[in-house]
Design a protein around this ligand. Sequence first.
Ligand SMILES: *[C@@H]1O[C@H](CO)[C@@H](O)[C@H](O)[C@H]1NC(C)=O
Length: 489
Amino acid sequence: MHDINWRLLALSAVLAVTAIFQMGYTNAYPNTAIGSFRLFLNESSEEPMTMSKSEFEWAWSAMLAVYFIGFATGSIVSAGIADRIGRKWTLFLGTCGSLLSALIALFSIILKSSLMFGFSRLVMSLSAAISMNGLILLFQESSPTHMKGLISFNAEMAFVVTNLIGGLFGMQGVLGQNLIGLIAVSIIPSTVACVLSAFLKESPKYLFLKKNDATEAGRALKFYQNIKDEDEKMNVLNDLKMEREDMQNQRTGSIFDILSNQPVRRGFLLGFATMQLTVSVWPVIFYSTDFLMDAGFSYELSESVSTGMLFLSTLSTVAGMFIVEKFSRKWLLIGTAVVNILAILGFAMSAILAHYWNAISYGCIVCLILHGASYSVAMGPIAWFITSELVPINFRATAQSLVLGLNHTVALVIAFLTFPLYKTIGPVTLVIFFVLPGALCILMLILYLPETKDKHINEIVEKLKDAKARRKKSRAEEAEESYGMNKLG
Ligand SMILES: *[C@@H]1O[C@H](CO)[C@@H](O)[C@H](O)[C@H]1NC(C)=O
């Protein structure tokens, strides 16, 4: 048994919470503090206090959807940045950008400029993607193998915890009525992240493989893994050297390779479908308070439920950590996805029927809770890594970024349209955007997703081959039998 390095775990936890803080916080406070932002937009419009409802809805939803543009751009550029300036300085750059975004947001409120507030969200999301990628690369490459799982869990946990803090602070009774205070608070953790990351060491892997600096890599190993023994250090460096040789022998697959290779294409599409299922968390994170008010609840109750749901998500994420490795990956994913989609359907139905019979509106609360819990416990975490389990290693990086890029493009459009459409045609919007496409994705997963838990990638690729490719193979093996099958088919 390996000992857990508590110092490393604590360091990565503090960095995760502070570096990801803006991303979770600034996406959650608009939800509970929507009343104050409505006033802010109204006051800062060209002719103050004349904004119509629909003007507000479009402007507000554009301001929130900007997040996806910044995050997708940040994800694309961060890989290049991380290879050029190193993991540590990528993290530093991202955290400084987050700090800057908080300052811009603060001034936008003081100067009553809604355009500037939108710009602060663009800087925030761009920096969030850069710091997230820097953080994950740095800690994945620096921690011993037996701790890698715990460290990635930290990043996920940090997102839900900072979401919760954002929802809580955005409440009317906390800082929701004081936008300046609400934003000023977020400067503290961002400053901590910025300063802390400047004092970290670069990842040993980066130093050794990219910079060819064995001495510095040795020092970094001592810093992150507390390896003092020279022999042990040599062992780790030797492993890295072997990894480099493997890397050089592999050709990295391009987008064209992914699309032209049948099992890889299927793996990629399944990864995309799984990510697509998670898009419905965004309207919930952004607008749940407002949707609940539409269903007839008071502001106080709506914001409490929204915050309570974020709290439940945090607990579910912890529970999920223990559950994920105990059950079949495929059926755990499909099971939670079915609950998740039914919860949205239930929410939409309850919200519609609440106009005829008041008591049904409580169904909205129940469904919101089911939606959050099913997402956090397994569906969300699995969606983030399933693509990498479905495609061979040399396609992994390309496939992952392609899935992420496509997913954010779709999320951008949907997040932008959901709020104004919800206000005009009603809760049926959720059925059109999430329930119907979600059902299609689930059907695809049931039909084609192979079990990936504890399976070797070769076995998974074999399962992803379509009937045609498989027939070709079996024809060669068992000529007679497959001949009969072909005739039947
Ligand atoms: C903006 O303020 C005016 C005047 O108080 C009000 O009539 C209008 O409804 C407000 N608009 C929004 C979107 O809240």
